[in-house]
Design a protein around this ligand. Structure first.
Ligand code: BTN
Length: 260
């Protein structure tokens, strides 16, 4: 399989912060671990780790993320101001959603907090891990996995919840084009965020979850209500059956009836 990064570089990367340094691994445990080690050493902001395959990749809430060659697996190292930290997931999911729409023409919706959904199934996910010291961000690692060729039918637990861009398109997508687009979109969104401009309205417009009756799993509790809004910090505002609101900064959401 052609080296993904050589292909991306062939077309050029015109970013200011993101991917000024790149590490490519044919196989690695998880790009998150490598990124964390580099972040601790103080590598440049925007450093990108890409792997063709991961042997021990992880998702949100302690879940496993299934990796196979042919997809996009990456982690980015950032040193954001503490105030910007809650918006990093918004930036990452929007960068992926915009890139999918630009390169495939397919609608890519979002499921709170950061899942990217195509035709009702998850096609990409975002994982943010950070280290704080006295309430200051030491570093944040943004992990992104995008299913390009991934075949969810090989995993029964995923087959009706996950999909890939190739299966949705019915053709083979140029994944270097998708990755290149993600890097440029991320760079633009991150620079705007640093100057105080957040894409909250666009994020909310793409947020399939809003207006739906949902179950929110937070800690050991499950809350059912209408997903009414997203506040300025990216938290989900849930209207509970007793009329009160619950505000969730993290958790997992399923739609009440379909369960997706
Ligand atoms: C999720 O939706 O649960 C987040 C999935 C994040 C997966 C990516 S793949 C690249 C990076 N390395 C990992 O081990 N996880 C993230």
């Amino acid at each position: 399989m052609a080296n993904l990064i050589s292909e991306v570089l062939r077309q050029g990367i015109y970013t200011r912060i993101i991917a000024k340094r790149i590490q490519f691994h044919q196989e690695i445990e998880s790009t998150m671990d490598e990124a964390r080690l580099l972040a601790i050493k103080g590598t440049d902001e925007g450093t990108l780790i890409v792997a063709e395959n991961q042997l021990n990749s992880r998702g949100r809430l302690g879940r496993t993320w299934r990796s196979q060659p042919g997809n996009i697996y990456m982690s980015l190292i950032l040193y954001p101001d503490t105030a910007l930290l809650p918006s990093i997931g918004m930036i990452a999911s929007l960068a992926v959603s915009r890139s999918i729409e630009r390169t495939t023409g397919i609608d890519a919706e979002l499921k709170w907090p950061n899942d990217i959904i195509v035709n009702g199934k998850k096609v990409a996910g975002v994982l943010i891990e950070c280290s704080l010291e006295e309430a200051q961000v030491r570093y944040a690692v943004v992990g992104i996995g995008i299913n390009i060729t991934f075949d969810p039918s090989t995993y029964p637990e995923l087959s009706n919840r996950a999909t890939s861009l190739n299966s949705e398109l019915g053709t083979n997508l140029n994944r270097a084009m998708v990755l290149r687009c993600v890097l440029h979109e991320f760079d633009n969104l991150y620079q705007s965020a640093q100057s105080g401009i957040l894409p909250l309205e666009e994020w909310k417009l793409k947020m399939h979850t809003l207006g739906q009756v949902v179950n929110v799993y937070s800690g050991n509790e499950c809350y059912t209500g209408v997903a009414e809004d997203i506040n300025d910090y990216g938290s989900l505002v849930l209207r509970l059956p007793n009329g009160e609101t619950g505000v969730f900064s993290s958790g997992d959401v399923t739609l009440d009836e379909t369960g997706y």
